[in-house]
Design a protein around this ligand. Structure first.
Ligand code: ADP
Ligand code: ZN
Length: 431
């Protein structure tokens, strides 16, 4: 199902032509902002000479640090009176950054969300419960207006208050939810504790995003709730959610290339990598009046899936985000992403819904302590079985990291549940 078939299945040549037109407009607008005026001058960039998409690689990259430097409005390209809203990033990695929108920017964003939701088969007949935080965070309002645009009945329930969430699901027949993967697993437990089998609630689809998660977690949530889970990717610097979304085939996320130009770079050298190779995603927003951002380093690691998607959309897909360049852990000299540890854990059927990775240093040596919740029934059996399970997890983790991990098995509910973005890693090492 298409929201805008012509744009979604546009031929690559025509898409690239459209991208170039929009890029030139975005660059001209950027050149009027205090931040880019200086950056372009310092780097000898004359935006009028950018006449092919390939020239983009000659432009400097923009980082999160640059956004902080230009705080609050050094990247704004329109008069203050044209701006109708601001959002701020959740500040996962430091002081938050602020993003501004004109009325057209918001309308276009809603349109993109409507497109994304329809690509998963959602229609105006659906009841959409949005369990992402409303407020400065983009996850709440972002999907909200898109779902209204599509014509769904929208329940803006935001995060937390699990019993109320369940009551709303029951009373209004929710069919589609937007939720973080960590909260989806926690909520399934709460539903079960209240004597309800989660699939009986009749939820058909979940949009899972806002934090990195593994294929194993996705499968687990699909099984717990009896629904189809779709990966949803976005970041506040690029509006928020809706940058890339899985279609009905659930096989990588279409990155909407009429709004964003994507590149994959080697995070160490900044050099552009060919399609299919894994690296850091760099995005240029070519569809925002208030705040054009050029070649933004997302710090998210992924790769472009070059093959065509069976749905007929021509916008290329990206693979599930492996992690962020800045959340890579170096444990005993070995690079490891929390998502790799999660994959190991999720492949163990006895493992429940929550886990935590604690790092510290003893006598100058790194230590890793993995705390995992198991299902209740595991604690009804004998100690030997538990110990065998613990050893199995230790062995599997050792294949990933050279340091001997300490694994602690916990009863469900032992770790703090997360409503918003999960905090999985606690690094107590002194830098
Ligand atoms: P921040 O967390 O940097 O303060 P945001 O709230 O805008 O700012 O979060 C955006 C980030 O969330 C992305 O850059 C990415 O790391 C993560 N993210 C969002 N959606 C997904 C997803 N589907 N899979 C993995 N990571 C995601
Ligand atoms: Zn598709």
């Amino acid at each position: 199902m298409f929201w805008n078939e012509q744009l979604e299945t546009i031929e690559r040549k025509a898409l690239e032509k459209l991208q170039l037109e929009k890029l030139r407009k975005a660059l001209a607008a950027a050149a009027t902002t205090p931040f880019y005026k200086k950056v372009f001058a310092d780097n000898g960039v004359d935006v009028s000479r950018i006449t092919t998409l390939d020239h983009l690689r000659d432009l400097p990259l923009t980082t999160k640090h640059d956004l902080r430097l230009s705080y609050p409005d050094g990247m704004v390209a329109v008069p203050r009176t044209e701006i109708v809203r601001l959002h701020a990033s959740s500040g996962t990695t430091g002081k938050s950054t602020v993003i501004f929108y004109t009325a057209k920017d918001l309308a276009d964003w809603a349109d993109l969300i409507a497109r994304s939701m329809m690509a998963t088969g959602t229609t105006r007949n659906d009841v959409f419960q949005n369990m992402m935080g409303y407020g400065l965070f983009t996850g709440g309002l972002g999907l909200h207006y898109g779902a209204e645009r599509l014509g769904c009945l929208v329940i803006p329930s935001s995060t937390g208050n699990s019993l109320k969430q369940i009551e709303l699901m029951k009373d209004f027949g929710t069919t589609v939810v937007h939720i973080t993967p960590s909260y989806a697993m926690h909520l399934a437990d709460v539903v079960s504790e209240n004597g309800i089998n989660p699939p009986d609630l009749g939820i058909k689809k979940a949009y899972l995003g806002a934090e990195p998660y593994s294929e194993g977690v996705k499968k687990k949530i699909e099984g717990q709730w009896g629904l189809d889970a779709y990966n949803s990717y976005g970041l506040s610097e690029m509006n928020g959610p809706g940058v890339a979304f899985e279609c009905e085939y659930k096989n990588g996320m279409h990155l909407w290339e009429d709004y964003y130009i994507m590149e994959i770079i080697n995070p160490d050298t900044g050099e552009r990598l060919p399609d299919g190779e894994e690296g850091e995603l760099v995005l240029t927003h070519i569809n925002r009046e208030a705040m054009p951002i050029i070649r933004y380093r997302t710090r998210d690691l992924t790769r472009i899936i070059p093959e065509k998607c069976a749905c007929g959309r021509t916008h290329r897909r990206i693979e599930r985000i492996k992690g962020r360049t800045d959340d890579m852990l170096i444990v005993g000299g070995v690079n490891v992403f929390p998502s790799q540890i999660e994959t190991v854990l999720m492949n163990v059927p006895e493992v429940g819904n929550n886990y935590q990775i604690v790092l510290d240093r003893h006598n100058n040596l790194d230590r890793i302590h993995v705390r995992v919740e198991l299902y209740n029934k595991m604690f009804e059996g004998d100690i030997k079985a538990l110990d065998a399970l613990r050893k199995k997890i230790v062995e599997r983790l050792k294949a990933l990291i050279t340091v001997n991990p300490k694994v602690e098995l916990l009863e469900p509910g032992s770790l703090p549940p997360s409503m918003g973005k999960a905090v999985r890693v606690i690094d107590k090492r002194e830098i």
